[in-house]
Each structure stands twice: as structure tokens, then as C-alpha cells.
Design a protein around this ligand. Structure first.
Ligand code: ZN
Length: 156
């Protein structure tokens, strides 16, 4: 597959998730939640998680409004983290940070092997620095929810 074909595939995947977000809406029996705001773009998302006593993320949803990138990223996030432990989810947070910002968050501790799979579609935003915060917004929300920080997350 050429770079152009890959880019086109990623673009399609982002648009698909932006048009038909997965896991969009409210969640019953929420145990953890976070609100994320990206004032630069006007993205405003709420993320809901139900995390069991064994630290497994049993369900995750989000709602709010934002640009295609922020909505697609939240959709991909919820799709990814359901069924993972909070520890594994933090590994993804760390890997996404590295993919998009080039810095690995130390939140996840040791370097973890994470197969990003379709999350690699988000890497296209690296070419558009102003959009990186759109892509990372939901992930900062995940981080905040797992850490149980109740203050809204802002990218500023
Ligand atoms: Zn945005």
C-alpha cells in the first residue's frame, strides 16, 4: 500500500467515525466521567465510563459536539477502551500522546507495547499542529476520568 493509499484509508476511517460516532450518548451507572474542552476549536466533549471493581472498563460513551477530528477521536477511543483494564487504557493514552505529540506520558509507567491498530488513523493530524489538540482532547478526558480528577480538562 502506498503512502497516499494509506492516507486515504485513514481519512475515510476518520470521516466514518465523525459521521457515525460509536458509543455516542449517555451511559447508565457511570463510575468515572470527564469533560474536555478545546477552546481553540470549540470542541466540547463529555466522556462517561463504567469501571468495575476489577478495574475493567465495562462500558464507555461520550457526548457533546466538536469538529470531525475530535468526534472521530472520541469514537475511536470508546471503541478501543471497552473491555480493557484502566492500566491498559493508560498505555493507549501514552501511545497516542507519543504518536501525536511525540512525547510519551509517564502516566503509564514503563514503555508498553501497544498495538494502535486503527488509532493510527489519527496520526494524519501531525501535519496540522492546530488540530493535534482536537485529536488528543478525548484522550486527556480518559486520563482525567481514570485519575478521578473532576475538574474539566482544557487543552489550554
Ligand atoms: Zn476540533
Amino acid at each position: 500500500m502506498t503512502q497516499d493509499e494509506l492516507r486515504e484509508l485513514y481519512r475515510e476511517l476518520i470521516l466514518d467515525h465523525a459521521r457515525s460516532p460509536r458509543h455516542f450518548g449517555k451511559l447508565n451507572n457511570v463510575s468515572h466521567m470527564a469533560e474536555g474542552i478545546n477552546p481553540l476549536c470549540g470542541d466540547k466533549l463529555k466522556l462517561y465510563f463504567r469501571i468495575g471493581e476489577n478495574k475493567v472498563i465495562e462500558d464507555a460513551t461520550f457526548e457533546g459536539s466538536g469538529c470531525a477530528i475530535s468526534v472521530a477521536s472520541a469514537s475511536l477511543l470508546t471503541d478501543t477502551v471497552i473491555g480493557l483494564t484502566t492500566c491498559q487504557a493508560m498505555d493507549y493514552f501514552s501511545a497516542i500522546s507519543e504518536l501525536l505529540v511525540g512525547t510519551r506520558s509517564d502516566a503509564a509507567g514503563d514503555k508498553a507495547d501497544v498495538d494502535l491498530g486503527k488509532l493510527k488513523a489519527l496520526q494524519g493530524v501531525r501535519e496540522f499542529p492546530a488540530r493535534v489538540k482536537c485529536a488528543t482532547l478525548a484522550w486527556h478526558g480518559l486520563h482525567s476520568a481514570i485519575q478521578q480528577r473532576n475538574a474539566p480538562v482544557s487543552t489550554e
